[in-house]
Design a binder for this molecule. Structure first.
Ligand code: ATP
Ligand code: MG
Length: 552
């Protein structure tokens, strides 16, 4: 977008830091925990972190925050990398917080040596109970006064595996009466005899998030460590560790989490949808995951434009899903190939067209001439959309009805004469007359019609399964409703139909994006095969939900 935009608050901070000479270049990181697939919230963070270093000529690291050994998996690591690259960003280094376990262990020893950390034998529950409240100070642990030598010995034995999970814990020694509860002797290392996806069985003690994140930032010389608002209270602790350890002063900045209407955006909740089989997987096209949206046919450009348009905020808000779809339509309108498919077919027979004859008509491929043209076959029997015919024309009806004439896109003008019905009263076929001199591009018929519709030749059409998606939830903010968020799932979010597609679509590739004329934007699904072609509807041409609102 070329429009002049004012700086967001992070850009202001960065420009000031650069102007003041605080840094000569900036370094950010994107720090996912590999415990699920990335969603649109992460896309915001990715566009922000990578966007800033692109703008200010710095770089961004991809750092897997894999300090919690239980929930992590290499499947997630791989999907995260694929998603970032697909969005169009490149990280400088691929790093893992677990690579710093040795350094973090040394940092913990440094704190012990400075009298700033101690081993506590109490259980986590007991420690929590002694933490106090916002109005009441906490209680010092009886282990708080352990000597440095004893702490060093116990911590080494924790590492050596001498104790069971939960038997001992390392805490920072700050202030049990601190106004910030997180500063009340926070836990920094716990015992967990668990296999880690990268370090294997080397460690049985693992650093807590707060003792890993800031230090990892510091190790990588991250200048601007950007996170979401819930980390505001953690900032004081982040700074405390860096100050006491006398390491590179990274700084933390917070922005509001991105929320989207009609969906949920927490890996934990998305995982429930997958595990309870409400969706077909993390990349189900209804999911707000990057992989789901990719499969659905979203373009990276549309997601980047969306993130750019919405910008960042310091207060939480809900962004309308329609805005994302708007960005998608804008992009697809400029880039999608045009093709014809009939989703709810009604047979059309041209009475005065020669039996067995086929014409190869020429139709434009895309939004402008640069896309060239393609051939579409035309013959006596065609498929049109059932909704393009009415037994009796209504007022302002410009499509087929007995006596009404309509142009078939890139073909001829046809007049509907009669129709047949079956015993249930359903229209089975309409009979039309075509006007040979009305051929598109060379129309000398002098006939004026108001409607143009799409069609597919019945003799040459291929069959495809078409999957159409609607919002995954019936309410704007499922997680704020009473009861379980899953109670608000839209049971009709997937509709599968059989469609007739023009023969050129047999050669569609996964990279192609199509506008099926008058029907929306479509792309091949990853399950599509030569024998069973499957298209996903990415988005309708217009916002159906906006219409709903106006109607009601
Ligand atoms: P979730 O609750 O879905 O697991 P998370 O914040 O725990 O989200 P992480 O993998 O820890 O997920 O996050 C990686 C980065 O993405 C963090 O910097 C985090 O702040 C950011 N992020 C996650 N969700 C959002 C969101 N909804 N909006 C903006 N940024 C987000
Ligand atoms: Mg998390």
């Amino acid at each position: 977008m070329s429009e002049e935009k004012s700086l967001n608050f992070l850009e202001e901070i960065i420009e000031k830091d650069l102007a003041d000479g605080k840094y000569t270049s900036i370094v950010t990181r994107f720090p996912p925990e590999p415990n699920g697939y990335l969603h649109m919230g992460h896309a915001t963070s990715i566009c922000l972190n990578f966007g800033l270093t692109k703008k200010y000529a710095g770089y961004t690291n991809l750092r897997f925050d894999d300090t919690n050994p239980v929930t992590e998996d290499t499947e997630y690591v791989d999907s995260i990398k694929e998603d970032i690259q697909w969005l169009g960003f490149e990280w400088k280094q691929e790093l893992y917080a677990s690579d710093y376990f040795d350094t973090l262990y040394k940092y913990a020893v440094t704190l012990i040596n400075k009298g700033l950390a101690y081993v506590d034998d109490n259980t986590a529950e007991h420690i929590a109970a002694q933490k106090g409240t916002h109005t009441e100070a906490g209680i010092d642990s009886v282990y708080r006064q352990r000597s440095i030598a004893e702490n060093l010995d116990l911590f080494a034995r924790m590492k050596a595996g001498e104790f069971a999970d939960g038997e001992k814990i390392l805490r920072a020694k700050i202030d049990m009466a601190h106004t910030n509860m997180l500063m009340r002797d926070p836990l920094i290392y716990r015992i967990k005899h668990t296999h880690h996806h990268r370090t294997g069985n080397k460690w049985c003690i693992y650093p807590m998030y707060d003792f890993a994140h800031g230090q990892s930032d510091s190790i990588e010389n991250i200048t601007h460590s950007i996170c979401t608002l819930e980390f505001i209270p953690h900032r004081e602790l982040y700074d405390w560790f860096i100050e006491k350890l006398e390491i590179f002063p990274s700084h933390q900045y917070e922005f509001a989490r991105r929320n989207l209407s009609y969906t949920v955006m927490s890996k934990r909740k998305l995982k429930q949808l997958v595990e309870d089989k409400h969706v077909a997987g993390w990349d189900d096209p209804r999911m707000p995951t990057i992989s789901g949206m990719r499969r659905r046919g979203f373009t990276p450009q549309s997601i980047r434009t969306f993130c750019d348009k919405v910008g960042i905020a310091k207060r939480e808000n809900i962004i309308d899903f329609s805005l994302l779809e708007f960005c998608l339509r804008e992009d697809l309108n400029l880039t999608a190939l045009r093709a014809m498919a009939v989703l709810d077919p009604l047979k059309l027979i041209i009475t005065n067209y020669e039996e067995g004859k086929t014409e190869q008509l020429v139709s434009e491929n895309g939004p402008d001439e640069a896309y060239g043209t393609r051939i579409v076959p035309f013959s006596k029997a065609l498929w049109i959309e059932r909704e393009d015919f009415m037994e009796e024309a209504a007022k302002k009806w410009f499509r087929f009805a007995p006596g009404a004439s309509v142009r078939l896109k890139s073909a001829y003008i046809l007049r509907c004469d009669t129709f047949d019905k079956d015993e249930t009263g359903k229209v089975t076929v309409i009979h039309c007359t075509y006007f040979p001199e009305s051929k598109s591009g060379n129309d000398t018929s002098g006939i004026a019609v108001k409607g143009t519709i799409h069609w597919v030749c019945a003799t040459h059409a291929a069959i495809a399964e078409v999957r159409m998606y609607d919002r995954l939830f019936k309410v704007e903010i499922p997680s704020s409703e009473e009861g379980d968020f899953k109670d608000y799932i839209n049971e009709n979010s997937l509709t599968i139909t059989q469609a007739y597609i023009e023969p050129s679509l047999i050669n569609a590739t996964m990279q192609n994006r199509f506008q099926f004329l008058r029907k929306g934007y479509f792309c091949l699904d990853k399950e599509s095969t030569k024998d069973k072609i499957i298209f996903n509807r990415t988005v309708t041409l217009k916002d159906a939900w906006a219409k709903e609102v106006k109607k009601s």
